[in-house]
Ligand binder design. Structure first.
Ligand code: NAD
Length: 437
C-alpha cells in the first residue's frame, strides 16, 4: 500500500518505519526541514531502541522516504496518517491547530479516495472536525476519517508497534475498515485483537487508558508517601497487592511522579473535556495535584536534609530522561528538580545515557553534563537518582564512596535494597521505605 505519514516525531517515524517494514511504500512528511534533511541522509533524529536497523533497511530499499512537501508526500497515498503534535493550550485543552491546519491543506490536495487516520491523541469530536474541514471543500465520497490512537511506549516503541497488545480503529465506514485491517494484519498474527468501534469511542479509549495508567502510578505514589510515615515498606506492599490479578503487577512502582509528553497533557485534556460537558472528573483532578507534589519530593527530601540554601553544595544527578531508554525530556521530573536546585543556587553535575543533548538545549551551561555516571558523583554533597536506567542498578558503591564528598543518596526509583545500603555505609533515602541513616 502507499502510505503517507504527516509528522515525523516519536510516533510518526516509528509508524512510518514499521509500515515500511511490512512492505508498504511510505513517505514521511515533516515541516522541520533540518530533521527531514538528516533523515534523508540516513540519520535517525531520535533515540529509540531498534529503530535504526529498521530505518536503514527500509530507506536502503526505498520503501521509506522523507519530504517537507505535503503535496509531493501524499501524491500516491491511499492512507494518510496524522502523527502531529497536540500540545496543551494554556487552559489544559489539546491544541488541535496542527491537525486542523493539515486537514485544511489536504482538502486542497486530495483527488482520489483516501483514508485520513488520526494517530495523534485527540479529544472526542476531533475526527468529526477533521471530517467537516475536508467536507467543506471536497466531496465526502473522496475520503473517510478514521481514529487509530497509538499506544506505543517510548523506549520500546518499535516492539510495541510491531507487536501491539491491541489495535483500536474507530470508523463507521466498511471501506476504510477493510483498508485498515489489511494494513494492520501483519502486526497481529499472534492473535492479538484489532478492535473496531465508533470514532468517538476510539478517541475516548486513548484518554481513558492514559488517565487510568497515570492514576495507577499516582495512587502508588500516595501509598508510598503514607508507607514512609507509618513505617511500612512500599516495595513489600507493591508485591502484596500486585499478586492480585485484579490489580496486576505492572505500573505499581512508586517514584518521582509521571512525566513525558503524554500522561501530563492527556490527563489535563480529559479533565478539560469533562468541564466542557459540565462533568467534574474529580479523581483525575486529584491525580494532577498529587503528581505535581510528587515531582518535587526528591528535592524536598534533599532540602530537608541539607538545608534550604544549597549555594555551597554540589549535587550529582543520575538520569534526566522522563524514563529509561529514551532521550525525551518533555515534562520529565528532572526538569522540575533541576530548576528547584538552580533556584537554591546549587551546583549540578548530571549524567544520562541519552538525554544530555536535550538538557543542554534547555539549561545551557547551568548544568554540568558529564560523560559517565561516576564522573557525576565526584566531590558531590549528595546524589539524586531520577531515572531508572539499567546502568545505575549495580554500581560500584566503594568507588562511589571514594569519589563523593559525602556518601548521601536520594533515590527516586528505589534501585537498591535498604539493608544493603546500610551495610555499605550510605545515608540513603528512597520512596516509601525507611531512611537508612
Ligand atoms: P513529536 O513532537 O515528537 O512529533 C511531531 C512532529 O510533527 C514533529 O517532527 C514536527 O516537526 C511535526 N510537525 C508539526 N507540524 C507539522 C506539519 N504541519 N506538517 C508536518 N509535520 C509537522 O510528537 P509525538 O511524540 O510523535 O506525538 C505525536 C502525537 O502522538 C501526539 O498527539 C501525542 O500525544 C501522540 N502520542 C505520542 C506518544 C509518545 O510516546 N510520544 C504515544 C502515543 C501517542
Amino acid at each position: 500500500m502507499n502510505i503517507a505519514v504527516v509528522g515525523t516525531g516519536y510516533v510518526g517515524l516509528v509508524t512510518g518505519t514499521c509500515f515500511a517494514e511490512t512492505g508498504n511504500e511510505v513517505v514521511c512528511i515533516d515541516v522541520d526541514a533540518d530533521k527531514v534533511q538528516r533523515m534523508q541522509q540516513g540519520e535517525v533524529p531520535i533515540y529509540e531502541p531498534g529503530l535504526k536497523t529498521l530505518f536503514d533497511r527500509n530507506t536502503r530499499q526505498n520503501r521509506l522516504q522523507f519530504t517537507t512537501s505535503l503535496e509531493e508526500g501524499i501524491k500516491d497515498a491511499e492512507v494518510i496518517f496524522l502523527a502531529l503534535p497536540t500540545p496543551p493550550n494554556g487552559d489544559g485543552s489539546a491544541d488541535l491547530s496542527y491537525i486542523l491546519k493539515v486537514a485544511a491543506q489536504l482538502a486542497d490536495l486530495i483527488t482520489d479516495y483516501t483514508v485520513i487516520v488520526d494517530k495523534s491523541t485527540v479529544p472526542v469530536g476531533t475526527a468529526d472536525q477533521v471530517h467537516d474541514t475536508l467536507a467543506s471543500k471536497i466531496s465526502p465520497e473522496l475520503f473517510d476519517v478514521v481514529s487509530n490512537p497509538e499506544f506505543l511506549r517510548e523506549g520500546v516503541a518499535v516492539d510495541d508497534f510491531l507487536k501491539p497488545e491491541r489495535v483500536i480503529i474507530g470508523t463507521e465506514s466498511q471501506r476504510a475498515r477493510n483498508i485498515m485491517e489489511r494494513l494492520y494484519k501483519p502486526f497481529v498474527r499472534q492473535g492479538n485483537p484489532i478492535y473496531f468501534m465508533d470514532v468517538r469511542s476510539a478517541e475516548m479509549t486513548k484518554y481513558a487508558a492514559n488517565s487510568f495508567l497515570a492514576t495507577k502510578i499516582t495512587f502508588m505514589n500516595d501509598i508510598a508517601n503514607l508507607c514512609e510515615r507509618v513505617g511500612a515498606n512500599v516495595d513489600q506492599v507493591r508485591i502484596g497487592i500486585g499478586s492480585d490479578s485484579r490489580i496486576g503487577k505492572r505500573f505499581l512502582f512508586p517514584g518521582v511522579g509521571y512525566g513525558g509528553s503524554c500522561f501530563p497533557k492527556d490527563v489535563e485534556a480529559l479533565v478539560r473535556t469533562g468541564q466542557d460537558y459540565d462533568y467534574d472528573l474529580r479523581i483525575l483532578q486529584s491525580v494532577i495535584e498529587v503528581n505535581n507534589r510528587q515531582k518535587r519530593i526528591l528535592a524536598d527530601k534533599l532540602v530537608q536534609y541539607l538545608g534550604e540554601d544549597l549555594c555551597n553544595k554540589t549535587i550529582g544527578i543520575w538520569g534526566l530522561a522522563f524514563k529509561p531508554n529514551t532521550d525525551d525530556i518533555r515534562e520529565a521530573p528532572a526538569l522540575y528538580i533541576i530548576q528547584e536546585l538552580l533556584d537554591r543556587h546549587a551546583t549540578i553535575k548530571a549524567y544520562d545515557p541519552e538525554a544530555m543533548e536535550n538538557i543542554r538545549t534547555r539549561f545551557g551551561d547551568q548544568v554540568h553534563l558529564v560523560s559517565d555516571a561516576y564522573e557525576a558523583v565526584i566531590d558531590v554533597d549528595a546524589l539524586l537518582i531520577i531515572t531508572e536506567w539499567s546502568v545505575f542498578r549495580t554500581p560500584n558503591f566503594e568507588v562511589m564512596k571514594s569519589l563523593m564528598k559525602q556518601p548521601i543518596i536520594f533515590d527516586g526509583r528505589n534501585l537498591y535494597e535498604t539493608d544493603y545500603m546500610a551495610k555499605k555505609g550510605f545515608y540513603y533515602e528512597s520512596i516509601g521505605r525507611e531512611v537508612v541513616d
